[in-house]
Design a binder for this molecule. Sequence first.
Ligand code: FES
Length: 274
Amino acid sequence: MVLARTDSASGGTDAPGRALIPERTLRTDRWWQAPLTTFVLLSVWVLYALVRTASQRAYFVDKYHYLSPFTSPCVSASCPSEARDFGTWFGHFPPFFPLAIIVLPFLLGFRLTCYYYRRAYYRAFWQSPPACAVAEPHAAYSGETRFPLIFQNAHRYFFYVALLISLVNTYDVIRACRGSDGGFGVGLGTLIMLGNVVLLWTYTVSCHSCRHIIGGRLRNFSAHPVRYQAWTFVSRLNAKHMQLAWITLGTLMVTDAYIALVSSGAISDLRIIN
Ligand code: FES
C-alpha cells in the first residue's frame, strides 16, 4: 500500500494527497543529461552574447555593410555613421552599454517567454522539475498565473515585435549585398547573414503564438481555406520549434563571430560576386 501525504502546509511533491515516496525519482536512466546539456549550452551562449553586446567592438564591416545582428539596428551616435541606416536616436553610449539597446529587451523577452525556452530553462536552471518524473527541489509551485511568471503571458506581444525585428534583419541582408566598389556584390558574409535571417524567420513563424494567431478561434476550417493552408504550414514548422530555437542561437553566434573576424581584420571576407 502506498501512503499519501497529509501535511496541508506543504506544496509540490509534498502536497497533501501525493504518494509518500522518499526517493527523488525512480528513474534509472541518465535523465540529468538533457538539463545539464541545456544548462551548459545556454550559459555559453548568454556569456558570448553578453561579452559581444557589451564590447562595442568589431560589429560592423563598412566596406560590405555587414552589421552584426547583436548590434542592429545601430541608432546611437557611438555607431559609425554608415551603420546608422535608421538614423541617430541617441547620443554616445557609455562603454559596455549595448548599442542595440532598443531591440534587446524585446528580443530577450521573445526568447525568454518562448514556450520551448521556458521548458528548457525551467528544467535546466530552476529544476522545476529537472525532468519528467523527477521531483523538483522547490516546496511550492505557484505556476504562471501569478507574479512573476504571469509575465510569460506577454509572449504573443513579443511575437509582434519580433516580426518587426526580423524585418530589420532582412533589411540588413539587403544592405549587405554590397561589392568592393560600392555596387552590387555578394560575399560569404552576405550568405551567412542571409542564412541567419531565413532561419530567424522560420523560428519566428513557427512560434506557438503565430500558430494560434493564424488558425486559432475558428469554428471550422472549411470556411477559411487560406487560413487553413497557412495554419497547416505553420503547424509543420511548429513541430520543429525546439530545433529551430537551438539552430537560430547557433546562426546568430556564427553570424556575429564571422563579422567580428572580418571587421577586426583577422580574416578577409570570401568574395563570390564583386
Ligand atoms: S513559442 Fe517559441 S517563439 Fe513563440
